[in-house]
Design a protein around this ligand. Sequence first.
Ligand SMILES: [Zn+2]
Length: 327
Amino acid sequence: MVRCELGTAESADRSSDAGSDRRAYLLGVGAAMSTIAGCTTGTDDDRAPPEEVTPDREPYTLAPGEYDTIAIFRNDDPHPGYRIEALRNLETVFIEANVPVTHGVIPAAPDNAIADDSEFCREFRRRDARYPGLFEYSVHGYTHQIETAFYGGSEFGDRPFETQRELVADGISKVADCVDRRPTTFIPPANTYDEATVRAILEEDLRVVSGGEWFTRQYYGDHELPFEAGGALHVPSTHDVVADWGTLEFLPLEEMKAAFDDVEHLYVCMLHYQHFTTEERIEYLEELVEYVDRDDRVGCMTLESFGRAYLDGTLTELDGGWEYSPE
Ligand SMILES: [Zn+2]
C-alpha cells in the first residue's frame, strides 16, 4: 500500500468555540489547498486504460436479507491536485474491507476542475473497473466555495433556482464524463441546501440529496431518517469523525464506536479523505470500518444503492431494522 505521510493535521489552536469550528469546516478545503505541497500525485504502477482492467472481484452488492442498521460512508471533497495519496489511502481501506464508499467529487474547484482525460479521472475509472460496485461518485456542489450566508454558509442555499440548476447540470456532466457513469446523488458543500436545490437536482434526475442532519433538523423540522420532501429522498450525514474543525482533532475511536452502537437504523458517516495522511489516522479508519462491518446485522451501501433500493421499494423499514429483497 502506498501511503503518504504529511505529518499530523492538527494546528495549535485548540480553543475554538462552535462558531469558529464551523468556519474552519467551511474554509477547510480552500485553506488546506494553498498550504499543502507534500505529495506527488498519481502512481505509475498501472497505466492500463479502463477497458483493459479486469475486475479484481465480483461486483459488491448487499446480500438480500434483514438488517438492523444500514451504514453508508460518505467521503467528501475528492478533486484533482489535492492530497491524492490520502485519497488512495482511504480507498485502500475500503477495498481491503470490501465495504462500499460514496465519493463526493467536487466538479469545478478553483484552478482544479475535473477533466475526463486527466490522470485523476483515469484512476477513478480504473478503480471502478477493478472493484465494481464498491465506489459511488456523487456530485459535491460545484466549486465548493461559500457563496451565501445561508445557515452559516452555503454554496447553494439562497441562490436563484436558475443558477443552482445550471451549476447542478454542469457538475453532473463533469462527474459523468470523469467516471463514465452518470451520478444519481447530490452532496451540497457545507451540508446546506434549500428547496430550490432540491428542485434543481430533480430537474436533472437526481433524486437523493445528502446534507447534514444538524441542518435538515433546522430547515425541515423534526423527521425520521431518511425522509422525503419536495420530491427527493434526503439522506443526511449523521456522524463525523472530526471532533473539532479548528484543530482537526478526531473523536476518540471508542466514542465513534459507541455512537455507532447507539444508531437506530441508519448510519451515514461523513469523512474527508484529506485527513488520512498518517498511519495513525489510517488505522483509525480501518478499525472504524471493521467495527461497523463486523457482523451480518449491518448492511453497508452507497448513497446511490441505498437511495435506489429505498425508492424502488426493495429496501423497506421493519420494526427495528430493514428488509432488503431485490428482484
Ligand atoms: Zn466538502
